[in-house]
Design a binder for this molecule. Sequence first.
Ligand code: ADP
Length: 485
Amino acid sequence: MKVLFVASEAYPLIKTGGLGDVAGSLPPALQDLGHDVRLLLPAYRDVLERVRGRIQTRARLGLQDGPVAVLETTLPGTSLPVWLVDAPAWFDRPGNPYLDPQGRPWPDNAQRFAGLARTAVAIAQDRAGLQWRPDLVHTNDWQTGLIPALLSLENDRPRQIFTIHNLAYQGLFPMETFRELGLPVFLQSMHGLEFHGQLSFIKGGLVFADHITTVSPTYAREIQTPEYGCGLEGVLQARSRDLSGILNGIDTETWNPATDPHLPCRYDAHSLERRGKNKGRLQRDCGLHVTDRPTLVGMVGRLVEQKGIDVVLEALPRLLQWPLQFVILGSGEHRYEAALEALAARHRHRMAVHIGYDEGLAHRIEGAADVFLMPSRFEPCGLNQMYSLRYGAVPVVRATGGLADTVVDATPDHTIAGTADGFTFTPLSVEAVLHALDRAHCSRRSRSLWRGLQRTGMAQDFSWARSAREYSALYARLLGRSEAA
Ligand code: ADP
């Protein structure tokens, strides 16, 4: 199958979040399955600098909003062809792809991503002079939302998938933008791109793609409810037959406890006792009491409301009376950072807080903590719980989104069946967090139960190859083909 994969970021060329990981990992994994995949990205200044010396111009287009060149390179470390939309007026800027140096959205974001969309349509319809026509166009998040809308105007067009990585970001612009972009008038309705009097880019994907995916099956269901739908639940309900979830993969080479260079002591599912050394080292390095008895609880992530950090802060004064220790790594809203640091200062031997981004420490926490806590309000997929499962740090998570799809609660039934690998809770409340951590702490007393949870988690397949096989099957279904490749 020929697949044009369009995104506004892709690791390692440019990344601000989870979308970058997916766009840098899924296309090469699809290529490994035998598909002919091309990745289309904006030629941001940082991207051009990264690929300097290994780039060539493949096409020049005269779009209605200006001239564009299509440059060709490959994704570093792979043979995946990457096409870059080179339009200096839109993309030759330093830093973040979406925000100016003051952290505000670039004022011409609508024009920039409309330009990406028009280039994608020209390529998809083989009007760009590249002599290549995809069977399927896979678009991602609001920055690519106009592509399904504009392609829907074409008679003979490829099939289209739109993936939602986080519904909270929608690409909303004042209605005048509609005219400024010269979009067809009939798209300007509530059945098209209008959303409460504004122009919504994401609606282009939600309304016009042949199929919509999200990054976990549970999030696909949740976003059809008012609690998680960000006002788009009605649109998504109307598309429920064409909406499904496929879990992201993780980088199983970077996140492998048997080879991880960040760990003082490497281990696998058959040498889990070696984790004890990592626990001791982390306790010592963090100034905690060095003893195996307390349950060491790890947390890594953005310190924002989405991650339920406010609830953790409310629960901590009680949790710190229990035989638990905490190591928390993250950065985010100042009020949460300050509150965590103040609490740690009062409980130096029980709680350590590191504000900042520290890849090595994130690995050492996964390799040492008994339990990994993730009480998210919502979680489209989540990576940390998958790292934890792979590292034998038993996850304690709120059963939402991707967390619900990856962690199996240690109920008696699941434990007997050998499927349990963590602890889940549903209400987002202090009591629920306390109860779940209490269950985890008490379960550590049974060594066989605990080892069973760890080994079940470590045996799961979170590879990109698995995700790619699911996308491949979906592509085949959309194209009415039985063969995936
Ligand atoms: P989200 O994408 O919502 O922030 P995820 O769990 O999906 O949450 O992924 C977060 C990624 O960023 C993980 O790879 C996690 O380990 C990493 N991460 C987040 N904060 C930090 C930090 N302070 N230090 C190191 N790694 C971090």
